[in-house]
Write a protein that binds this ligand. Structure first.
Ligand SMILES: C[S@@+](CC[C@H](N)C(=O)[O-])C[C@H]1O[C@@H](n2cnc3c(N)ncnc32)[C@H](O)[C@@H]1O
Length: 354
């Protein structure tokens, strides 16, 4: 994949200014192949959807502001710890000082060795999965339908998927197909992205798996067919979309137009949802990975789908209908971001390592 080299900053480390700059850049970049600028996605939306989009954008701006504040607090905390350490050293004898420094160095060395062992095992598992693992594709051909913040959110979800796959006892062979410049530029900002053991394709999955079209299965909540189990010969495709289901039915339509199979997860067979059965990209991948490990759908759903999304008796509204929560995807994205902070960053950036 022809990649643009950017700075290797995880997206969640961007400052407010950088986020805004990125958003402007992306709006400028997102032009069709003929070079003329495409109309903003919002022009294609109904009034109601535009309102929702505006609300979401305001929410995202606030979120970015909060993030910048948290970053500043973290910086101050690091500085406080450094001062505390120096103060401790200045209050002890020369011999105790040497001991303290030596034990700190030893602890750091042990941590580094442990991490390096873990990394080695992860590389081994992922390399094996590249040959024998279940093929799972994230279809990145929808970038024109998302706002810049939604694209950033998708990139974080991909980062999270990669990390979860690396930790899994039965990792999948992950593919990113239809990767355009917008997404690629953001992915390149993730620390270590170039070394990821993942297939990166600018081609669509249809081209990449030309001779295996009959094995392609698009996973979509709108399919009539319910997935029974995972077939190692099949290639499962997940729509790389963060849209709060604004583009309802789009992946089902795509699969139908392309004449490929479509299936939905068997969620309804095992649990009732308090909102729609449309999950985020990382939730779907996590479920598939859990299933590959356990061959147990129920366990996989219960482990991955947040409790708040599951149905409880008192979720019934006055008229006995299940109340849906429009903000579910937003909450899911937030949860993913929080989790990504811990698992997606380069371990050498650990603040305790100074
Ligand atoms: C946030 S959803 C995108 C929803 C989008 N409006 C659509 O029509 O697909 C991200 C992707 O996760 C997968 N997905 C989500 N829920 C699913 C379910 N219940 N069964 C199968 N796949 C699902 C689909 O591939 C979907 O495109």
């Amino acid at each position: 994949m022809g990649c643009v080299h950017g700075s290797f900053l995880p997206t969640h480390c961007l400052s407010m200014e950088e986020v805004c700059e990125l958003q402007n850049d992306q709006t400028a970049i997102r032009t069709p192949a003929n070079g003329s600028p495409s109309p903003p996605a919002s022009h294609l939306l109904s009034k109601n959807a535009q309102k929702k989009l505006l609300k979401q954008q305001r929410f995202e701006a606030k979120k970015a502001e909060k993030k910048a504040i948290a970053k500043e607090q973290k910086k101050r905390e690091k500085e406080r710890k450094r001062k505390e350490w120096e103060e401790n050293l200045s209050n002890v004898s020369e011999e105790e000082k040497m001991n303290l420094i030596a034990s700190r160095r030893e602890a750091k060395k042990e941590r580094m060795e442990k991490r390096s062992d873990e990394r080695g095992r992860k590389i081994e598992r992922l390399t094996k999965a590249k040959k024998h693992g279940q093929n799972i594709v994230i279809d990145l051909e929808f970038s024109r339908l998302m706002t810049p913040t939604e694209i950033s959110s998708l990139v974080q979800q991909i980062m999270y998927c990669y990390a979860v796959n690396g930790r899994s006892a039965s990792p999948a062979h992950l593919w990113l197909t239809g990767c355009d410049l917008d997404i690629e530029t953001l992915l390149k900002r993730i620390s270590g992205f170039d070394n990821w053991i993942i297939e990166k394709e600018t081609r669509s999955y249809i081209e990449a798996f030309l001779s295996q079209k009959e094995d392609l299965v698009y996973l979509t909540a709108d399919a009539e067919t319910v997935l029974d189990s995972l077939d190692p010969k099949k290639i499962y495709i997940i729509g790389g979309l963060v849209d709060r289901n604004r583009w309802k039915g789009i992946t089902m339509k795509k699969a139908t137009d392309q004449g490929i199979q479509a299936a939905r997860l068997p969620i309804g067979n095992y649990l009732k949802m308090s909102s729609s059965q449309v999950l985020t990209v990382n939730q779907v991948i996590e479920i598939l990975l859990k299933y590959l490990e356990t061959r147990d759908w129920k366990d996989s759903f219960f482990r991955v789908i947040p409790q708040r999304k599951r149905f409880e008796d008192d979720d019934l509204g006055e008229n006995g209908r299940v109340e849906c929560n429009e903000n579910e995807e937003r909450k899911d994205s937030l949860e993913t971001q929080k989790k990504t902070k811990w698992i997606g960053t380069d371990p050498s950036n650990d603040p305790s390592d100074d």
